[in-house]
Design a protein around this ligand. Structure first.
Ligand SMILES: Cc1cc2nc3c(=O)[nH]c(=O)nc-3n(C[C@H](O)[C@H](O)[C@H](O)COP(=O)(O)OP(=O)(O)OC[C@H]3O[C@@H](n4cnc5c(N)ncnc54)[C@H](O)[C@@H]3O)c2cc1C
Length: 292
């Protein structure tokens, strides 16, 4: 989009189609517009939109959220931090450095190179319909939830519930992502590793994400997930629960049992080639070896 509307005013677009950019000045105004035009495109930072072919944008009405002040706030409480949907990822790397979990900062850094992440918003990153970005997989692993609002209604959903098992967003007509809530807890160990290009969507890629916290007796919490081609995810829930309370270092037998739970997952067998399978098993093994 090359045009920018005055706050609250629709403007006629340039270019080949009758597109229109609307810039509400308040959340109430945005929700009201969404109620009456639920097919409207939502523009957070716009970095995804700008990569789309003109056909995707042409003829569409776009609702740009940059002037909605309520969506640009970051609020920290005792147990979590709530981040407005249009807070740029780059701003969080500066302002959030003192309090965000290190694994969250590491994930946010991967939203793209500095020129992209200084504009891209967290709301936009988690709400791309076509793909699940590594940042989303990592935030999901550490129990981030998303606030969805439409006129007269608001709800919080865990990021795991925000998409169905096939990766499709569960967002109702007229709804918009307004906040993300990240629990403030310390993860003593974490890993985020992407093979291949996570972006643009549709290219082969594999992301491994792991997080663990240790206490004096051993493993207090353990999480591990795989994101395949930005679409399908594997989560080792049973193995994660089994590991809690185990002393470290783990025995080789324990490590083999956990790796087998990954390799038994149907997605592991069907969606990864030999190299992908090796990378996934080896990545998990290395992460388990680091726990001490
Ligand atoms: C040059 C370039 C390099 C990149 N490199 C990487 C990379 O290395 N790794 C990586 O992971 N990603 C990369 N990306 C992708 C980038 O992370 C995403 O484009 C970005 O996160 C999207 O955020 P945005 O705010 O710009 O979203 P937008 O473009 O505004 O929107 C993205 C989608 O989310 C929807 N949306 C936006 N805000 C909301 C909301 N509040 N509620 C509901 N729906 C909403 C939009 O309608 C749209 O469908 C790159 C992008 C570019 C352009």
């Amino acid at each position: 989009m090359s045009n920018r509307g005055d706050r609250g005013k629709p403007v006629a677009g340039h270019g080949p189609g009758p597109d229109e950019l609307i810039v509400p000045g308040s959340l109430g105004e945005a929700l009201q517009l969404l109620r009456h035009h639920s097919d409207i495109g939502i523009w957070g930072g716009g970095t995804w939109w700008l990569q789309q072919s003109p056909e995707v944008r042409t003829g569409r009405r776009i609702l740009a959220l940059h002037a909605v002040r309520e969506l640009r706030r970051v609020v920290r409480t005792g147990h979590h931090v709530e981040i407005g949907a249009t807070v740029p990822a780059g701003r969080l790397l500066g302002a959030g450095r003192r309090f965000l979990p290190a694994v969250a900062l590491d994930a946010i850094r991967r939203v793209g190179p500095p020129p992209v992440r200084n504009v891209a918003t967290l709301g936009g990153a988690v709400a791309i319909p076509e793909t699940i970005l590594p940042v989303t997989a990592a935030l999901q692993l550490i129990d981030t939830s998303v606030e969805l609002r439409r006129q007269g209604n608001s709800r919080w959903v865990s990021m795991g519930q925000f998409r169905d098992p096939s990766g499709t967003l569960r967002i109702a007509p007229g709804e918009v992502v307004t906040r993300l809530r990240i629990p403030l807890r310390t993860w003593t160990h974490w890993m985020i590793h992407t093979y291949g290009a996570p972006y643009p969507a549709g290219r082969p890629s594999l992301t491994l994400v792991g997080a663990a916290s240790m206490d004096k007796t051993g493993i207090d919490e353990f999480r591990f997930a795989l994101l395949v081609d930005g679409r399908r995810q594997i989560r080792l829930r049973e193995a994660e629960t089994d590991l809690v309370g185990r002393a470290v270092p783990l025995t080789e037998r324990d490590r083999r049992t956990i790796i087998a739970s990954l390799e038994d997952n149907p997605i592991f067998g069907s969606d990864l080639d030999d190299l992908g399978r090796w990378r996934a098993s080896n990545g998990l093994r290395n992460f388990l070896l680091r726990l001490e």
